[in-house]
Design a binder for this molecule. Structure first.
Ligand SMILES: [Zn+2]
Length: 99
């Protein structure tokens, strides 16, 4: 993709999308640390020795497909998840893509 559309029909270039997502993830991490003092997985909340990723509730691909790309950099749409929890979530997302 070279560009996507917001829900109000504005065309956003890929480079802007990437930058906005990067900034949103950083904002998410900053806000999370400020609130909780440490990072944890918002799915299982277990203290596993595993890397924690910034994970989209509605994936960037779906934001693109559904023309609501602004959700890709909505901090509310980003959660911290273990890598394995992230994968589990993405797999279930495939099965329930119509939800
Ligand atoms: Zn987890």
């Amino acid at each position: 993709m070279t560009h996507s559309y917001t829900s109000w029909g504005e065309q956003i270039q890929r480079s802007v999308i990437d930058r906005n997502i990067r900034e949103a993830k950083q904002r998410k991490l900053d806000e999370f640390l400020e609130e909780h003092d440490y990072y944890f997985c918002e799915d299982c909340k277990e203290n596993k020795p595993e890397k924690i990723d910034c994970s989209h509730n509605l994936s960037v691909a779906d934001c693109h497909k559904n023309s609501c790309i602004e959700l890709a950099w909505d901090v509310e749409n980003i959660k911290l998840r273990h890598r394995s929890c992230h994968r589990k979530k993405d797999r279930s997302g495939l099965h329930f893509s119509n939800n």
